[in-house]
Design a protein around this ligand. Sequence first.
Ligand code: LM2
Ligand code: CA
Length: 445
Amino acid sequence: MVWSPHRPWWERYQPVSYKLISRSGSEQEFADMVERCNKVGVRIFVDAVINHMTGDSGIGVGIADSTFNTYEQSYPAVPYSIHDFNSKEKCGTQSGNIENYNNVNEVRNCRLVSLLDLDQSKSWVKDRIRDYLNHLIRLGVAGFRVDASKHMWPDELKAIVESLNDLPETHFGAGQRAFVFTEVIDMGGEPITKYEYTGIGRVTEFLYGMKLGEVFRRWNNQKLEYLQFFGESWGMLPSGYAWTFVDNHDNQRKHGGGGDMVLTFWEPRVYKMANAFMLAWPYGYTKVMSSYYWYPREDTDVGPPADSYGNTNTVPINDDGSCGGNWACEHRWRQIRNMVAFRNLVHGTAVENWWGRGDQIAFSRGRKGFLAINNDYSQTMSGEFYTGLPEGFYCDCISGDMLGSGDNAYCTGQTLSVNSMGRTHINIRSDSENPMIAIHVDYKL
Ligand code: LM2
Ligand code: CA
Protein backbone atom coordinates (compact mmCIF):
# COMPACT_ATOMS: atom_id res chain seq x y z
CA MET A 1 0.00 0.00 0.00
CA VAL A 2 1.16 3.53 -0.71
CA TRP A 3 0.44 6.09 1.99
CA SER A 4 2.40 8.99 0.60
CA PRO A 5 0.73 10.32 -1.44
CA HIS A 6 -2.41 8.94 0.24
CA ARG A 7 -3.52 5.74 -1.54
CA PRO A 8 -2.93 7.06 -5.09
CA TRP A 9 -4.74 5.40 -7.99
CA TRP A 10 -1.41 4.10 -9.30
CA GLU A 11 -0.86 1.93 -6.24
CA ARG A 12 -2.61 -0.76 -8.30
CA TYR A 13 0.31 -0.79 -10.73
CA GLN A 14 2.65 -2.14 -8.03
CA PRO A 15 1.70 -5.78 -7.39
CA VAL A 16 2.91 -7.57 -4.26
CA SER A 17 1.19 -10.90 -4.98
CA TYR A 18 -1.35 -12.34 -7.38
CA LYS A 19 -4.02 -12.66 -4.72
CA LEU A 20 -7.35 -11.29 -5.88
CA ILE A 21 -7.79 -8.91 -2.98
CA SER A 22 -7.77 -5.21 -3.68
CA ARG A 23 -9.13 -1.87 -2.53
CA SER A 24 -12.20 -2.79 -4.58
CA GLY A 25 -12.98 -5.95 -2.61
CA SER A 26 -12.35 -9.66 -2.13
CA GLU A 27 -11.92 -12.49 -4.61
CA GLN A 28 -15.43 -13.65 -3.74
CA GLU A 29 -16.85 -10.21 -4.60
CA PHE A 30 -14.86 -10.07 -7.81
CA ALA A 31 -16.01 -13.53 -8.90
CA ASP A 32 -19.60 -12.58 -8.12
CA MET A 33 -19.35 -9.43 -10.24
CA VAL A 34 -17.89 -11.33 -13.19
CA GLU A 35 -20.63 -13.92 -12.92
CA ARG A 36 -23.42 -11.31 -12.78
CA CYS A 37 -21.92 -9.37 -15.70
CA ASN A 38 -21.54 -12.46 -17.89
CA LYS A 39 -25.21 -13.27 -17.26
CA VAL A 40 -26.31 -9.97 -18.79
CA GLY A 41 -23.83 -10.01 -21.66
CA VAL A 42 -21.18 -7.74 -20.16
CA ARG A 43 -17.65 -9.13 -20.54
CA ILE A 44 -14.91 -8.31 -18.06
CA PHE A 45 -11.31 -7.65 -19.12
CA VAL A 46 -8.62 -7.48 -16.47
CA ASP A 47 -5.76 -4.98 -16.46
CA ALA A 48 -2.85 -7.41 -15.98
CA VAL A 49 0.31 -5.97 -14.45
CA ILE A 50 2.93 -8.60 -15.30
CA ASN A 51 5.99 -6.61 -16.34
CA HIS A 52 6.99 -5.71 -12.81
CA MET A 53 6.23 -5.75 -9.10
CA THR A 54 6.54 -2.77 -6.71
CA GLY A 55 8.86 0.21 -6.83
CA ASP A 56 12.17 -0.16 -4.98
CA SER A 57 10.75 1.29 -1.79
CA GLY A 58 12.33 -1.20 0.64
CA ILE A 59 10.15 -3.22 2.95
CA GLY A 60 6.40 -3.07 2.74
CA VAL A 61 3.08 -4.81 2.73
CA GLY A 62 0.33 -5.09 0.15
CA ILE A 63 -3.40 -4.76 0.60
CA ALA A 64 -3.80 -8.54 0.97
CA ASP A 65 -1.23 -8.48 3.82
CA SER A 66 1.53 -9.98 1.67
CA THR A 67 4.99 -8.67 2.47
CA PHE A 68 7.81 -7.67 0.16
CA ASN A 69 11.43 -6.70 0.49
CA THR A 70 13.02 -4.90 -2.43
CA TYR A 71 16.55 -5.01 -0.93
CA GLU A 72 16.36 -8.80 -1.25
CA GLN A 73 13.99 -8.60 -4.23
CA SER A 74 11.60 -11.00 -2.61
CA TYR A 75 7.83 -11.34 -2.86
CA PRO A 76 7.13 -14.50 -0.82
CA ALA A 77 3.39 -14.62 -1.57
CA VAL A 78 3.98 -15.44 -5.26
CA PRO A 79 6.80 -16.43 -4.58
CA TYR A 80 9.41 -14.43 -6.50
CA SER A 81 13.01 -14.08 -5.42
CA ILE A 82 16.06 -12.28 -6.76
CA HIS A 83 16.49 -14.89 -9.53
CA ASP A 84 13.18 -13.89 -11.10
CA PHE A 85 14.11 -10.30 -11.81
CA ASN A 86 16.28 -8.77 -14.48
CA SER A 87 19.68 -8.01 -13.00
CA LYS A 88 21.55 -4.76 -13.28
CA GLU A 89 24.03 -6.50 -15.58
CA LYS A 90 21.30 -7.66 -17.93
CA CYS A 91 19.78 -4.20 -17.87
CA GLY A 92 23.03 -2.33 -18.38
CA THR A 93 22.27 1.12 -16.97
CA GLN A 94 23.98 2.71 -13.96
CA SER A 95 20.73 3.21 -12.06
CA GLY A 96 19.09 -0.04 -13.11
CA ASN A 97 16.21 2.07 -14.40
CA ILE A 98 15.20 2.83 -17.98
CA GLU A 99 17.10 5.92 -19.00
CA ASN A 100 17.11 5.88 -22.77
CA TYR A 101 14.04 4.92 -24.80
CA ASN A 102 16.19 4.60 -27.91
CA ASN A 103 17.83 1.53 -26.40
CA VAL A 104 15.52 -1.44 -26.91
CA ASN A 105 17.32 -3.68 -24.44
CA GLU A 106 17.07 -1.05 -21.75
CA VAL A 107 13.36 -0.41 -22.27
CA ARG A 108 12.64 -4.11 -21.78
CA ASN A 109 15.23 -5.27 -19.27
CA CYS A 110 15.55 -2.29 -16.96
CA ARG A 111 13.16 -0.94 -14.34
CA LEU A 112 10.34 1.33 -15.44
CA VAL A 113 10.23 4.20 -12.90
CA SER A 114 12.09 1.94 -10.40
CA LEU A 115 9.52 -0.90 -10.55
CA LEU A 116 11.29 -4.26 -10.03
CA ASP A 117 11.44 -5.78 -13.48
CA LEU A 118 10.39 -9.40 -13.90
CA ASP A 119 12.45 -11.60 -16.24
CA GLN A 120 9.87 -13.25 -18.49
CA SER A 121 12.54 -15.41 -20.15
CA LYS A 122 12.53 -17.53 -16.95
CA SER A 123 10.08 -20.40 -17.01
CA TRP A 124 9.31 -19.90 -13.31
CA VAL A 125 8.18 -16.34 -14.04
CA LYS A 126 6.23 -17.35 -17.13
CA ASP A 127 4.46 -20.05 -15.14
CA ARG A 128 3.52 -17.81 -12.22
CA ILE A 129 2.02 -15.26 -14.65
CA ARG A 130 0.24 -18.02 -16.55
CA ASP A 131 -1.27 -19.40 -13.33
CA TYR A 132 -2.44 -15.94 -12.33
CA LEU A 133 -4.14 -15.30 -15.67
CA ASN A 134 -5.61 -18.80 -15.79
CA HIS A 135 -7.08 -18.22 -12.34
CA LEU A 136 -8.89 -15.17 -13.72
CA ILE A 137 -10.01 -17.11 -16.79
CA ARG A 138 -11.47 -19.76 -14.52
CA LEU A 139 -13.51 -17.03 -12.80
CA GLY A 140 -15.01 -16.05 -16.16
CA VAL A 141 -13.05 -13.04 -17.40
CA ALA A 142 -12.99 -12.66 -21.18
CA GLY A 143 -9.48 -11.32 -21.60
CA PHE A 144 -6.73 -8.94 -20.57
CA ARG A 145 -5.28 -5.51 -21.06
CA VAL A 146 -1.58 -6.18 -20.71
CA ASP A 147 0.03 -3.29 -18.87
CA ALA A 148 3.44 -2.02 -19.97
CA SER A 149 3.67 -4.45 -22.91
CA LYS A 150 6.29 -2.29 -24.57
CA HIS A 151 8.54 -3.20 -21.64
CA MET A 152 8.30 -6.93 -22.34
CA TRP A 153 9.83 -8.87 -25.25
CA PRO A 154 7.02 -9.67 -27.73
CA ASP A 155 8.02 -13.34 -28.13
CA GLU A 156 8.06 -13.90 -24.36
CA LEU A 157 4.70 -12.24 -23.92
CA LYS A 158 3.32 -14.22 -26.84
CA ALA A 159 4.48 -17.48 -25.24
CA ILE A 160 2.61 -16.59 -22.03
CA VAL A 161 -0.58 -15.71 -23.92
CA GLU A 162 -0.42 -18.92 -25.96
CA SER A 163 0.03 -21.01 -22.83
CA LEU A 164 -3.28 -19.84 -21.38
CA ASN A 165 -6.31 -22.09 -21.04
CA ASP A 166 -9.33 -21.70 -23.28
CA LEU A 167 -12.15 -19.64 -21.81
CA PRO A 168 -14.69 -21.75 -19.87
CA GLU A 169 -17.03 -23.52 -22.27
CA THR A 170 -19.97 -22.90 -19.96
CA HIS A 171 -19.78 -19.14 -20.52
CA PHE A 172 -18.16 -18.75 -23.91
CA GLY A 173 -18.71 -21.94 -25.90
CA ALA A 174 -15.99 -24.37 -26.92
CA GLY A 175 -12.48 -23.40 -27.95
CA GLN A 176 -12.68 -19.67 -27.24
CA ARG A 177 -9.49 -17.81 -26.37
CA ALA A 178 -8.91 -14.84 -24.08
CA PHE A 179 -9.06 -11.53 -25.94
CA VAL A 180 -5.78 -9.70 -25.42
CA PHE A 181 -5.06 -5.98 -25.70
CA THR A 182 -1.44 -4.91 -25.36
CA GLU A 183 -0.54 -1.50 -24.08
CA VAL A 184 2.26 -0.10 -26.22
CA ILE A 185 2.81 3.64 -26.23
CA ASP A 186 4.19 4.37 -29.68
CA MET A 187 3.94 7.97 -30.80
CA GLY A 188 6.58 7.38 -33.46
CA GLY A 189 10.25 8.20 -33.11
CA GLU A 190 11.33 5.25 -30.95
CA PRO A 191 12.84 1.93 -32.08
CA ILE A 192 10.13 -0.15 -30.37
CA THR A 193 6.94 -0.03 -32.42
CA LYS A 194 3.32 -1.05 -32.03
CA TYR A 195 3.72 -3.26 -35.10
CA GLU A 196 5.88 -5.70 -33.09
CA TYR A 197 2.85 -6.61 -30.99
CA THR A 198 0.16 -7.24 -33.61
CA GLY A 199 0.80 -11.00 -33.43
CA ILE A 200 -0.40 -11.07 -29.81
CA GLY A 201 -3.72 -9.24 -29.96
CA ARG A 202 -5.14 -5.76 -30.36
CA VAL A 203 -2.61 -2.98 -29.72
CA THR A 204 -3.28 0.44 -28.18
CA GLU A 205 -3.28 3.14 -30.86
CA PHE A 206 -2.27 6.22 -28.89
CA LEU A 207 -2.14 8.41 -31.99
CA TYR A 208 -5.90 8.02 -32.32
CA GLY A 209 -6.97 9.99 -29.24
CA MET A 210 -4.18 12.48 -29.71
CA LYS A 211 -5.12 13.23 -33.31
CA LEU A 212 -8.82 13.27 -32.55
CA GLY A 213 -8.16 15.78 -29.75
CA GLU A 214 -6.13 17.93 -32.09
CA VAL A 215 -8.87 17.91 -34.73
CA PHE A 216 -11.77 18.62 -32.34
CA ARG A 217 -9.77 21.36 -30.61
CA ARG A 218 -8.99 22.72 -34.07
CA TRP A 219 -5.34 23.02 -33.17
CA ASN A 220 -2.65 23.24 -35.87
CA ASN A 221 -5.23 24.21 -38.49
CA GLN A 222 -7.03 20.90 -38.21
CA LYS A 223 -10.64 20.69 -39.37
CA LEU A 224 -13.31 18.04 -38.98
CA GLU A 225 -13.52 17.60 -42.74
CA TYR A 226 -9.99 16.13 -42.70
CA LEU A 227 -11.35 13.12 -40.82
CA GLN A 228 -12.63 11.63 -44.09
CA PHE A 229 -9.69 9.23 -44.21
CA PHE A 230 -9.02 8.99 -40.46
CA GLY A 231 -7.20 5.71 -39.96
CA GLU A 232 -4.15 3.93 -41.28
CA SER A 233 -3.17 6.75 -43.62
CA TRP A 234 -2.67 8.95 -40.54
CA GLY A 235 0.19 6.70 -39.44
CA MET A 236 -2.05 4.47 -37.37
CA LEU A 237 -2.20 0.67 -37.24
CA PRO A 238 -4.33 -1.27 -39.73
CA SER A 239 -7.88 -1.07 -38.38
CA GLY A 240 -8.02 -4.78 -37.48
CA TYR A 241 -5.13 -4.44 -35.03
CA ALA A 242 -5.97 -1.10 -33.44
CA TRP A 243 -7.43 -0.57 -29.99
CA THR A 244 -8.78 2.98 -29.91
CA PHE A 245 -9.95 5.43 -27.26
CA VAL A 246 -10.41 9.17 -26.88
CA ASP A 247 -8.47 9.15 -23.60
CA ASN A 248 -7.34 6.59 -21.03
CA HIS A 249 -6.67 6.51 -17.30
CA ASP A 250 -3.11 7.75 -17.82
CA ASN A 251 -3.37 10.54 -20.33
CA GLN A 252 -6.60 11.95 -18.89
CA ARG A 253 -4.38 13.04 -15.97
CA LYS A 254 -1.22 13.69 -18.00
CA HIS A 255 0.53 10.41 -17.25
CA GLY A 256 1.55 8.28 -20.25
CA GLY A 257 1.31 9.64 -23.80
CA GLY A 258 -0.95 12.23 -25.36
CA GLY A 259 -0.29 15.27 -23.21
CA ASP A 260 -2.55 18.28 -23.47
CA MET A 261 -3.99 17.13 -26.75
CA VAL A 262 -6.38 14.43 -25.56
CA LEU A 263 -9.95 15.29 -24.63
CA THR A 264 -11.46 14.23 -21.31
CA PHE A 265 -14.70 14.45 -19.33
CA TRP A 266 -13.47 17.78 -17.97
CA GLU A 267 -14.53 19.24 -21.34
CA PRO A 268 -17.83 17.41 -21.73
CA ARG A 269 -19.25 19.14 -24.81
CA VAL A 270 -16.36 18.43 -27.15
CA TYR A 271 -15.65 15.12 -25.40
CA LYS A 272 -19.10 13.85 -26.35
CA MET A 273 -18.51 14.92 -29.95
CA ALA A 274 -15.19 13.09 -30.16
CA ASN A 275 -16.68 9.95 -28.63
CA ALA A 276 -19.65 10.08 -31.01
CA PHE A 277 -17.30 10.33 -33.96
CA MET A 278 -15.13 7.48 -32.69
CA LEU A 279 -18.12 5.22 -32.13
CA ALA A 280 -19.64 5.97 -35.54
CA TRP A 281 -16.37 5.59 -37.40
CA PRO A 282 -15.37 2.12 -38.68
CA TYR A 283 -11.79 2.05 -37.44
CA GLY A 284 -10.35 -0.04 -34.62
CA TYR A 285 -11.81 -1.73 -31.57
CA THR A 286 -13.20 1.11 -29.51
CA LYS A 287 -12.99 1.69 -25.78
CA VAL A 288 -15.05 4.21 -23.82
CA MET A 289 -13.36 5.64 -20.74
CA SER A 290 -15.22 5.73 -17.43
CA SER A 291 -13.80 7.89 -14.67
CA TYR A 292 -14.20 9.65 -11.37
CA TYR A 293 -13.85 13.39 -10.70
CA TRP A 294 -10.82 14.36 -8.66
CA TYR A 295 -9.77 17.56 -6.98
CA PRO A 296 -7.73 19.57 -7.34
CA ARG A 297 -7.71 18.86 -11.02
CA GLU A 298 -3.93 19.39 -11.32
CA ASP A 299 -3.22 16.67 -8.76
CA THR A 300 -2.42 13.64 -10.88
CA ASP A 301 -2.24 11.20 -7.93
CA VAL A 302 -5.75 11.36 -6.41
CA GLY A 303 -7.35 7.94 -6.09
CA PRO A 304 -10.99 6.97 -6.60
CA PRO A 305 -13.81 7.95 -4.22
CA ALA A 306 -12.96 5.97 -1.09
CA ASP A 307 -13.33 5.80 2.66
CA SER A 308 -10.62 7.28 4.85
CA TYR A 309 -8.66 4.02 4.79
CA GLY A 310 -8.70 3.89 0.98
CA ASN A 311 -11.32 1.24 0.25
CA THR A 312 -13.10 2.21 -2.96
CA ASN A 313 -16.70 3.37 -2.51
CA THR A 314 -19.58 1.69 -4.29
CA VAL A 315 -21.12 3.69 -7.11
CA PRO A 316 -24.51 5.21 -6.31
CA ILE A 317 -26.86 5.39 -9.32
CA ASN A 318 -29.20 8.39 -9.57
CA ASP A 319 -32.82 8.17 -10.72
CA ASP A 320 -31.87 9.45 -14.16
CA GLY A 321 -29.31 6.67 -14.58
CA SER A 322 -26.26 8.85 -14.01
CA CYS A 323 -23.75 8.19 -11.24
CA GLY A 324 -23.36 10.04 -7.97
CA GLY A 325 -20.61 10.10 -5.38
CA ASN A 326 -18.08 11.83 -7.66
CA TRP A 327 -18.14 9.05 -10.25
CA ALA A 328 -18.22 10.54 -13.76
CA CYS A 329 -19.45 7.36 -15.48
CA GLU A 330 -19.00 8.66 -19.02
CA HIS A 331 -20.29 5.32 -20.26
CA ARG A 332 -23.72 6.27 -18.89
CA TRP A 333 -23.92 9.66 -20.56
CA ARG A 334 -26.79 9.32 -23.02
CA GLN A 335 -24.81 10.69 -25.98
CA ILE A 336 -22.05 8.14 -25.42
CA ARG A 337 -24.18 5.18 -24.32
CA ASN A 338 -26.48 5.55 -27.32
CA MET A 339 -23.55 5.78 -29.71
CA VAL A 340 -22.27 2.45 -28.39
CA ALA A 341 -25.57 0.93 -29.51
CA PHE A 342 -25.16 2.77 -32.84
CA ARG A 343 -21.72 1.21 -33.33
CA ASN A 344 -22.93 -2.30 -32.61
CA LEU A 345 -25.85 -1.83 -34.96
CA VAL A 346 -23.92 -0.50 -37.97
CA HIS A 347 -21.06 -3.00 -37.58
CA GLY A 348 -20.00 -4.33 -40.96
CA THR A 349 -21.32 -1.41 -43.01
CA ALA A 350 -19.15 1.15 -44.80
CA VAL A 351 -19.02 4.92 -44.57
CA GLU A 352 -21.22 6.38 -47.29
CA ASN A 353 -22.42 9.82 -48.28
CA TRP A 354 -19.48 11.58 -46.69
CA TRP A 355 -20.07 15.34 -46.50
CA GLY A 356 -17.54 17.77 -45.03
CA ARG A 357 -17.34 21.57 -44.95
CA GLY A 358 -14.68 22.88 -42.61
CA ASP A 359 -15.74 21.86 -39.12
CA GLN A 360 -19.07 20.40 -40.12
CA ILE A 361 -19.31 16.75 -41.17
CA ALA A 362 -22.01 14.20 -41.92
CA PHE A 363 -21.92 10.60 -43.09
CA SER A 364 -23.99 7.48 -43.08
CA ARG A 365 -23.11 3.87 -42.31
CA GLY A 366 -24.63 1.69 -45.01
CA ARG A 367 -28.38 2.02 -44.85
CA LYS A 368 -28.41 1.75 -41.07
CA GLY A 369 -27.15 4.90 -39.41
CA PHE A 370 -26.37 8.56 -39.97
CA LEU A 371 -24.32 11.08 -37.95
CA ALA A 372 -23.90 14.84 -38.35
CA ILE A 373 -21.57 16.99 -36.23
CA ASN A 374 -21.23 20.77 -36.16
CA ASN A 375 -17.96 21.86 -34.55
CA ASP A 376 -18.03 25.30 -36.15
CA TYR A 377 -17.93 28.14 -33.61
CA SER A 378 -20.42 30.38 -35.41
CA GLN A 379 -22.15 28.78 -38.40
CA THR A 380 -25.37 26.79 -38.07
CA MET A 381 -25.28 23.50 -39.96
CA SER A 382 -28.48 23.42 -41.89
CA GLY A 383 -29.92 21.92 -45.04
CA GLU A 384 -31.16 18.75 -46.63
CA PHE A 385 -28.85 15.80 -46.07
CA TYR A 386 -28.85 12.39 -47.65
CA THR A 387 -28.98 9.83 -44.82
CA GLY A 388 -29.17 6.56 -46.75
CA LEU A 389 -31.97 5.47 -44.38
CA PRO A 390 -35.42 4.14 -45.31
CA GLU A 391 -38.31 6.61 -45.24
CA GLY A 392 -39.83 7.29 -41.83
CA PHE A 393 -39.55 9.10 -38.53
CA TYR A 394 -36.44 8.65 -36.42
CA CYS A 395 -35.58 9.51 -32.85
CA ASP A 396 -32.24 11.36 -32.56
CA CYS A 397 -30.24 9.31 -30.06
CA ILE A 398 -28.06 12.27 -29.08
CA SER A 399 -30.83 14.52 -27.79
CA GLY A 400 -33.02 11.74 -26.43
CA ASP A 401 -33.94 8.12 -26.02
CA MET A 402 -36.61 6.15 -27.78
CA LEU A 403 -38.83 4.66 -25.10
CA GLY A 404 -41.82 2.36 -25.27
CA SER A 405 -42.19 0.00 -28.21
CA GLY A 406 -44.25 -0.69 -31.29
CA ASP A 407 -47.11 1.78 -31.71
CA ASN A 408 -46.38 3.22 -28.27
CA ALA A 409 -42.77 4.14 -29.05
CA TYR A 410 -41.92 7.77 -28.43
CA CYS A 411 -38.83 9.96 -28.48
CA THR A 412 -37.65 12.07 -25.54
CA GLY A 413 -35.50 14.18 -27.86
CA GLN A 414 -35.98 15.55 -31.34
CA THR A 415 -37.58 13.53 -34.10
CA LEU A 416 -36.28 13.63 -37.65
CA SER A 417 -38.27 12.85 -40.74
CA VAL A 418 -36.54 11.00 -43.58
CA ASN A 419 -38.34 11.27 -46.92
CA SER A 420 -38.71 8.66 -49.65
CA MET A 421 -35.47 9.89 -51.21
CA GLY A 422 -33.64 9.16 -47.94
CA ARG A 423 -33.17 12.84 -47.25
CA THR A 424 -33.74 14.73 -44.03
CA HIS A 425 -33.66 18.34 -42.95
CA ILE A 426 -31.04 19.21 -40.38
CA ASN A 427 -30.51 22.27 -38.25
CA ILE A 428 -27.68 22.18 -35.75
CA ARG A 429 -26.82 25.47 -34.11
CA SER A 430 -23.15 26.13 -33.39
CA ASP A 431 -23.98 26.99 -29.76
CA SER A 432 -26.08 23.89 -29.17
CA GLU A 433 -25.30 21.95 -25.99
CA ASN A 434 -24.90 18.82 -28.11
CA PRO A 435 -24.12 19.99 -31.65
CA MET A 436 -24.80 16.63 -33.24
CA ILE A 437 -27.55 14.42 -34.64
CA ALA A 438 -27.44 10.64 -34.83
CA ILE A 439 -30.20 8.41 -36.16
CA HIS A 440 -30.29 4.72 -36.88
CA VAL A 441 -32.79 2.06 -37.88
CA ASP A 442 -33.30 0.75 -34.33
CA TYR A 443 -34.63 4.18 -33.39
CA LYS A 444 -37.25 4.28 -36.15
CA LEU A 445 -40.56 5.41 -34.68
C1 LM2 B 1 1.43 1.60 -17.43
N1 LM2 B 1 1.50 1.36 -18.65
O1 LM2 B 1 2.57 0.88 -19.24
C2 LM2 B 1 0.20 2.13 -16.78
O2 LM2 B 1 -0.79 2.46 -17.74
C3 LM2 B 1 0.60 3.28 -15.92
O3 LM2 B 1 -0.52 3.83 -15.32
C4 LM2 B 1 1.62 2.76 -14.90
O4 LM2 B 1 2.20 3.85 -14.19
C5 LM2 B 1 2.81 2.07 -15.53
N2 LM2 B 1 2.52 1.39 -16.72
C6 LM2 B 1 3.38 1.05 -14.56
O5 LM2 B 1 2.47 0.00 -14.38
C7 LM2 B 1 1.53 4.23 -13.00
C8 LM2 B 1 1.75 5.70 -12.77
C9 LM2 B 1 3.15 5.99 -12.25
C10 LM2 B 1 3.42 5.14 -11.04
C11 LM2 B 1 3.31 3.67 -11.48
C12 LM2 B 1 3.61 2.70 -10.36
O6 LM2 B 1 1.54 6.42 -14.01
O7 LM2 B 1 3.24 7.38 -11.89
O8 LM2 B 1 4.70 5.41 -10.53
O9 LM2 B 1 1.98 3.43 -11.93
O10 LM2 B 1 2.68 2.82 -9.33
C13 LM2 B 1 4.78 5.76 -9.15
C14 LM2 B 1 5.39 7.15 -8.98
C15 LM2 B 1 6.83 7.12 -9.47
C16 LM2 B 1 7.62 6.07 -8.72
C17 LM2 B 1 6.91 4.70 -8.89
C18 LM2 B 1 7.58 3.61 -8.09
O11 LM2 B 1 4.61 8.09 -9.71
O12 LM2 B 1 7.40 8.41 -9.24
O13 LM2 B 1 8.94 5.98 -9.29
O14 LM2 B 1 5.56 4.80 -8.44
O15 LM2 B 1 7.58 3.88 -6.74
C19 LM2 B 1 10.00 6.27 -8.40
CA1 CA C 1 10.57 -5.49 -18.48
